[in-house]
Every structure is written in C-alpha cells, then in structure tokens.
Design a protein around this ligand. Structure first.
Ligand code: C5P
Length: 245
C-alpha cells in the first residue's frame, strides 16, 4: 500500500463534482479532504462512496463544542471509516481528550489532528479575544495541548512546520495547507510554500487544492507534484494548463 503525502482538498459544492474528480486520480496517488461546504451539501454518503472506492478521506469539519458532543461527533466520523479528522484546539484539553475517546471505539481508529489558531487570524484578532501572548507562542501551546490530549498532530501553515517539528518531535503529524508548486498561482493564499520546502521543513502531509483540482489534467498535475517531491526545483507546467483561471 502506498502512503501518498498529498491530500487533495475537494473544495467542490456538490457530490457529482467530487466524484468526477475522484475518478481522474487514484488512491495510490493522493488522499482526499472533504470540508464543510462539500460535507454540508453531500453528506456522509459521499464520504462512504469515496472510502468505498479505496480513498483515504480527511474529514475536515474542525469540531469545536462541549466534550460530550465532540466525542459523539468523532465516533460518528470514525464509524464512517474516515482516515483523518480534526478538531479546534481552542475547544480545550477535555474536549480533545473526549474526541480521542470517541474515535477509539473503532478497531482501526482514524488519525486525529487539531487546528491551533486559524491562519486567517492575526495577533490583533487574538488580542480582541483577550489573548495577549505572541501568536506563535499560542500556536505552540495549543499544539502541545493537542499532543498531551492524545491527538496525533496538528494542522499548521507550512511556515510554522519547522518550529513545530522542533518543539513537538518526530512523532507528531504536521498537516500543512498553503502549498504551491513553483508553476501554480498563489490564488488567495498569502504565504505559500512549495511542496519540497514544506516536506523539508517537517510537514507530514500536504493539503493541496486548486493547483490540482483546477488543472486541465488533474492526474498530470498530481504526478508532476509527486515527481517534484523527489526531483526538487524542476519547472514542469505553465499558466496555459489552467483553462479556468
Ligand atoms: O486550493 P488551495 O490549495 O488553496 O486549498 C487549500 C485547502 O486548505 C482549502 O480546503 C482550505 O480551506 C484549506 N486551508 C487553508 N489554509 C488554512 C487551513 C486550511 O488553505 N490555514
């Protein structure tokens, strides 16, 4: 069984688009991320279809609620057969421990990771919440809380990967979005890191959406990125490959 590093973000509105995409690539090449929009529209049936077709699914619903509710939601996700799910570290240690308890009901539990501070938030946003410490310190603290609560790792920006790898050690999973090959547009991402750099900085898995999903040949884009992970620095495609841009 291959262990692909790339998790493709299925940022589609509907079941049909997600399934169409999933037929253009293979479970050996990538894992798939189902987020709030797609899950709200397509529901558990889509997740079951994707897992039934052999895909590892990262259910990106960022649970954040009282511990009992999160435990039950995590159990429901585990029973769906997802490969990975996530919670907000801001929900606290008791909530994260409950999430871990929730997934332990299945024999082969999914990975459980925490979002620390959303990368859309700034130090000013934190101060407005009454949190005065530097943002990096808060991220580090939340990541430690996650591991202490029995979680496998965190979702973090690739820019934070190096510092978190040093502070959390080798075993922690670091799942990083904001990844762009040299040939891809930044889209709305502000701080981007190449796949090679993110892995060199300690990322475990790379979440990549539009450079693959909006490419005219998603399988080719995925193969190029996969190849670039082992052949750093090679420019392989250009803008004409993105008809929808
Ligand atoms: O298309 P793109 O590669 O930018 O997609 C990145 C995916 O990662 C999207 O699903 C986005 O919601 C998610 N994400 C992100 N930045 C974060 C956390 C999650 O882009 N800080």
């Amino acid at each position: 069984m291959k262990d692909p590093r790339i998790i493709v973000a299925l940022d589609f509105a509907e079941h049909r688009q997600a399934i169409e995409f999933s037929k253009k690539v293979t479970p050996d090449q990538c894992r798939l991320k189902v987020g709030k929009e797609l899950f709200t529209s397509a529901g558990p049936a889509l997740v079951e279809e994707l897992t039934g077709n052999g895909y590892d699914v990262f259910l990106d619903l960022k649970f954040h609620d009282i511990p009992n509710t999160v435990m039950k939601a995590a159990s429901a996700a585990a029973k769906l057969g997802v490969w990975m799910l996530n919670v907000h570290a801001l929900g606290g240690i008791a909530m994260m421990q409950a999430a871990r308890e929730g997934i332990d009901i299945v024999p082969q539990r999914p990975f459980l990771v925490a979002v620390t501070i959303l990368t859309s938030m700034t130090a000013t946003d934190l101060r407005a919440l009454g949190i005065d410490q530097p943002l990096q310190q808060v991220v580090d603290q939340f990541a430690r809380n996650a591991l202490d609560s029995g979680l496998d790792g965190v979702v973090c920006s690739a820019e934070e990967a190096s510092a978190l790898r040093s502070s959390l050690g080798d075993a922690a999973l670091l799942v990083t979005p904001g990844i762009r090959p040299e040939w891809a547009a930044a889209d709305d991402q502000q701080r981007i890191v190449t796949p090679q750099q993110a892995l060199a900085d300690g990322a475990s898995y790379l979440v990549i959406g539009r450079p693959i999903t909006q490419h005219k040949d998603p399988a080719q884009a995925l193969s190029l990125i996969t190849a670039s992970i082992s052949q750093p620095g090679k420019k392989q495609v250009d803008d004409s490959d993105f008809p929808n841009r």
